[in-house]
Design a protein around this ligand. Sequence first.
Ligand code: NAD
Ligand code: WQD
Length: 340
Amino acid sequence: MSKNTVLITGGAGYIGSHTAVQLITQGSKVIVLDNLCNSNAEVLNRIHSITGIRPEFVKGDILDRGCLDKMFAKYSIDSVIHFAGLKAVGESTQIPLAYYQNNVTGTLVLCEAMAAAGVKTLVFSSSATVYGEDAPVPYIETMPRGKTSNPYGTSKAMVEQLLTDLCKSDPEWSVALLRYFNPIGAHPSGLIGEDPKGIPNNLMPFISQVAVGKRKELSIFGNDYPTDDGTCERDYLHVMDLADGHLAALGCLSDGGVHIYNLGTGSGTSVLEMVNSFQDVTGVEVPYSFAPRREGDLPAFWADASKAEKELGWKASRTLDEMMADTWNWQSKNPNGYDD
Ligand code: NAD
Ligand code: WQD
């Protein structure tokens, strides 16, 4: 990738920090904008330790137009990777307005500031959740967006529409909508990783927090699904592969319009297989028990990931064993995340 300047909104977060490392390593200049509502400034020291370079950091909010304008005036930004937003599905049903405000209005304000600054290249963090409740597997980009079941998912679908309309209105915009499946794992150094605040909502950090002794046991939500072992299946991909997917997308965004890509491995793994794989790779036991199904969970989904391979030359290459080993390397070295 050529030397250029990339603004990463939400760059102190889980996926943003790994993407920052990969961009810096490839020679880009990185500006991180984050309000730290779900992250810790220590991550910047860690990025520095890994890459030898500290990204420029702006503590600010994507909803703050004045802050955005100042930032675009100060730095000569070529493109934006937009991770900033709220992401907890359950919480989004309790405080929907905060989700629409941050995720939808925040993106709108960001796009207005970008347009004013003449920066019209954007990579957006979308989600497999936009395929909705009734989509057949594997999910493929030619399917329409489906019926979302919570404000978080709806906010992602709304932003996809907003960005699609923006691109239709002005051919100078080039936008990638990257639909992530289930990112897990950590940088192999163990210096950065996923650091959820409070009780983890997601499977992988819950498993690793049980393993490190912070939680007593894992509850597996449902063992009566129509899958091989009765537990849900998901398409887990290594966060380093996901980060690389952003670089690949950025490298191909030159011809205008909206481009949609699934970023997943193309195969599903059950919750029980995840627990067994973690135990096999790390040698650490993860006590678990079966609990009732979690509302809103789908039995099984995974990506058709062939479009990203064909058009971006991107393919998830890290194995499930690497995902487990890297998760444990991070969690065991940082039992309390960045608060250690
Ligand atoms: P994260 O919470 O670790 O990172 C998001 C970052 O954005 C945090 O550092 C947070 O402080 C910051 N932020 C939130 N609102 C902000 C605002 N208004 N202004 C400035 N900064 C703000 O989450 P993540 O897992 O790294 O996810 C990144 C993006 O990818 C999110 O948009 C998320 O919805 C999307 N996504 C995540 C997953 C996943 O499983 N992790 C899956 C699909 C899509
Ligand atoms: C995976 C599986 C759970 C925790 C969510 C969002 C999605 C995307 C990624 C942002 C499910 C089971 C989990 C636990 C369990 N995020 N589980 N015990 O639900 O596929 O996707 O994160 O866009 O939009 O919905 O991921 O990690 O929460 O769950 O049994 O303590 O693990 O039931 O089957 P999910 P997850």
